[in-house]
Design a protein around this ligand. Structure first.
Ligand SMILES: Nc1ncnc2c1ncn2[C@@H]1O[C@H](COP(=O)(O)OP(=O)(O)OP(=O)(O)O)[C@@H](O)[C@H]1O
Ligand SMILES: [Mg+2]
Length: 329
């Protein structure tokens, strides 16, 4: 049995004219100790999926159906009180925009210590010791001194490290890392990715790494789940996905990977992700798809069959690329 098994997770938010579906029957598995990359353009439903798996959208009034089987229980059926004992301790999240997540009114050390004390019956002193240890663990220099400082004295990269420290302080079995490097410059981004790899090697934690950039996903993930307009459109092992993409959307994302000297022109996918509540009929990607065929792609719902959601799967040749240099083998 997988550590995490997300089954048919559908999320709707209440809009002015009624419920608006945002994700549609999202399913994927995460094995213990592995990294799954969740990829898709802005608005494809990656964050909503992660927040919903943690029970956080239900708390905001969203309608959530499906199952989130984690470590032997269905998180989708737990009460908010029950969930709050799991969050941080067994399943955790590194949020998009770390700087805004840290509370400016408390020192970084206090915030990490507080999250430890929420889950474990330890003294203030012990919680503080753990906070310093975690800051040191994420390579914050002079961790003992920095723990006593406020977030505004931390750079973007340091804030992100502090958030990672907080997410990992209670040794969870799985962490959702939601675009943890997107706001950072390229060098800092590379260091954070190194840190995540190192932590995973040392602790065996499972990671769901969320990014809109397949190039970044290739650095960390063994398996990839591609989302488009609230649906999973393809699932595959990372090498397989790069070499033989089976969905035109995946091929489009591969084309858009910024890589120096790959000898190919960078082409972003024309058009935009459709808004929730305004999905085109048939395949949700067909209005942007270079292989779309009238009468086949624009009618009826398209199901996920053998891990790909495309009625023309196998018919059209799609260009793959080797995983970028530096990718894990
Ligand atoms: N609380 C909410 N209420 C209503 N709609 C929402 C809410 N949260 C997200 N959405 C909508 O759900 C869709 C998916 O959003 P989500 O944040 O999951 O996208 P994403 O893939 O994480 O994008 P990004 O790469 O920009 O982070 C978007 O159209 C968004 O506007
Ligand atoms: Mg997001």
């Amino acid at each position: 049995m997988s550590l995490l098994s997300v089954r048919d997770l559908s999320v709707s938010f209440r809009g002015p004219g009624g419920w608006v579906p945002v994700t549609d029957r999202v399913s994927f598995d995460v094995e213990a100790g592995t990294t799954v990359g969740l990829v898709g353009e802005s608005g494809s439903g990656k964050t909503v999926t992660a927040l919903s798996a943690m029970g956080l959208t239900r708390a905001q009034g969203a309608r959530v159906t499906g199952q989130v089987l984690f470590d032997g229980e269905d998180l989708a059926t737990l009460s908010q009180r029950e969930l709050s004992t799991r969050r941080g301790a067994t399943i955790s999240m590194i949020f998009q925009q770390a700087i805004r997540t840290l509370d400016p009114a408390f020192t970084v050390g206090e915030q990490i210590a507080e999250s430890v004390r929420r889950h474990e019956r330890v003294s203030r002193k012990e919680a503080w010791r753990r906070a310093v240890e975690m800051l040191d663990r994420v390579h914050i220099p002079r961790a003992a001194e920095r723990a006593a400082e406020y977030p505004h004295t931390f750079s973007g990269g340091m804030c992100q490290r502090a958030m990672i420290a907080m997410a990992l302080a209670c040794s969870p079995k799985l962490v959702f890392a939601d675009e943890p490097t997107t706001a950072l410059d390229v060098t800092v981004q590379a260091r954070i990715l190194d840190l995540l790899r190192e932590i995973q090697r040392d602790t065996g934690i499972a990671v769901v790494f969320i990014s809109h950039d397949l190039g970044v996903i290739a650095e960390l993930a063994q398996h990839v789940v591609v989302m488009y307009a609230g649906q999973v459109v393809e699932r595959a092992g990372v090498e397989e996905l790069f070499l033989r993409p089976r969905h035109p959307y995946t091929a489009g994302l591969l084309n858009a990977i910024p890589a120096v000297g790959r000898g190919r022109r960078l082409i972003s996918i024309p058009g935009n992700v459709p808004a929730p509540g305004a999905m085109p009929p048939g395949c949700r990607f067909h209005p942007r798809c270079p292989h779309g065929v009238t009468g086949r792609c624009d009618t009826g719902p398209v199901d996920l069959v053998e891990d790909v959601r495309c009625v023309r799967s196998g018919e059209v040749p799609l260009l793959g690329i080797p995983t970028p240099a530096g990718a894990r083998s």
